[in-house]
Design a protein around this ligand. Structure first.
Ligand SMILES: [Ca+2]
Ligand SMILES: [Ca+2]
Length: 277
C-alpha cells in the first residue's frame, strides 16, 4: 500500500474537522446494473480463493431506514491488503466486486445476513477528493446501526466481543490463543489546532488493547458531535487467518473507517476510508 497516501488520508481525517462549508457531491457516476436474478446458479467460491481476494464493505443505516448499501473499503488482493482509495484505476476498482458477489454481514456479536450485490457505483467526492465505491443490495432490516460485509466464506466472527460494564469497552481474544484481551475505550480530551494556529481541546476517546498488563494504543478519536458524532468498534477476521482485525467506524459530517491488523504486539492500519467535508 502507498504509505504516503495512507498518511495523507489520515492527515485529512485529523484536519478535516477544522474545515467548514463544503458539501459532498458526486461528480461522476458509473453503475453496472446486474439483471441476473437467478442467484441459485452461482458457482460456490472455494475458501482458499476468497482468502486471496476478499472485499470488505461497511454498511450504514441512514436514519431509521433499512440497510441498502455499503461503502467498499477494499480488502485483500493477491493476499495483500488494498484500500479502495489507493486504487489507481477505476477499471481495476470495478473488478474488485464481482458480479453476484455475496457479502456476509456481521454485527458486533453475530452474523446477521448474506446479501448479493445488485450493482456498484463509483464517484469522486467533490469535497474530499476521495474515491467512493459503493455496493448496493436489496434493502434489508436489522436493528444494528453499522454492519460489516465480508465476501470471504470463512466464519469472520469466530470469537464475538463481550461488552463490558462501562458499555464501551470489550473483552475479546484477538489472536485466538485462549487468553482474553480487552479493547479499552477511555474518554479523553484531545488537543486540536485551528487553521489560525490556535490550540483548543475537544472531547474524544482513546481506544487501546489491554494485553498481558500492557496497554497497546490503537487510535484516538475526537468526538465533537459534528464532524464525528458517533463511532462503533468491531473485531472481525477480515482476511481469513483466524486472527481478528479491529475495524472502527466514525460517522458525522464526514465518515471514515479504519481497519487495524494486530501483528508483533502492535496495530497496523491495513484498510482506511474517508469521505466528508
Ligand atoms: Ca488472546
Ligand atoms: Ca485476520
Amino acid at each position: 500500500m502507498d504509505s504516503k497516501k495512507r498518511y495523507l488520508i489520515l492527515l485529512v481525517i485529523v484536519t478535516c474537522f477544522l474545515i467548514l462549508g463544503c458539501e459532498t457531491a458526486p461528480v461522476e457516476t458509473k453503475s453496472e446494473p446486474n439483471d441476473n436474478t437467478n442467484f441459485a446458479e452461482v458457482e460456490p467460491v472455494k475458501e482458499e480463493d476468497t482468502k486471496k481476494q476478499t472485499v470488505v464493505a461497511v454498511a450504514l443505516k441512514y436514519g431509521n431506514d433499512s440497510f441498502s448499501k455499503g461503502v467498499v473499503l477494499g480488502g485483500v488482493l493477491d493476499s495483500n491488503w488494498a484500500s479502495t482509495q489507493d486504487f489507481e484505476s477505476d477499471e481495476k476498482l470495478n473488478e474488485l466486486v464481482k458480479e453476484n458477489e455475496v457479502f456476509h454481514f456481521y454485527s458486533l456479536q453475530e452474523k446477521v445476513t448474506e446479501e448479493v450485490v445488485q450493482e456498484t457505483t463509483l464517484y469522486v467526492s467533490e469535497a474530499s477528493g476521495s474515491t467512493v465505491f459503493t455496493a448496493h443490495f436489496e434493502p434489508f432490516q436489522s436493528e444494528n446501526k453499522v454492519l460489516i460485509g465480508i465476501s470471504g466464506q470463512w466464519n469472520a466472527l469466530p470469537r464475538g466481543l463481550e461488552v463490558l460494564e462501562d458499555g464501551q469497552s470489550y473483552n475479546v481474544d484477538i489472536e485466538g490463543d485462549g487468553n482474553i484481551e480487552t479493547i479499552k475505550v477511555k474518554n479523553i480530551k484531545i488537543d486540536e489546532t485551528s487553521p489560525r494556529n490556535e490550540t483548543y481541546s475537544v472531547d474524544g476517546i482513546q481506544v487501546s488493547l489491554e494485553k498481558d498488563n500492557q496497554n497497546i494504543p490503537i487510535i484516538e478519536i475526537p468526538i465533537d458531535g459534528e464532524y464525528i458524532s458517533d463511532y462503533s468498534i468491531t473485531a472481525l477476521d477480515l482476511n481469513g487467518d483466524e486472527k481478528l482485525e479491529i475495524l472502527i467506524s466514525m460517522v458525522g459530517h464526514g465518515y471514515s473507517f479504519v481497519a487495524y491488523e494486530f501483528d508483533d504486539n502492535k496495530f497496523n492500519d491495513v484498510l482506511s476510508f474517508y469521505d466528508g467535508d
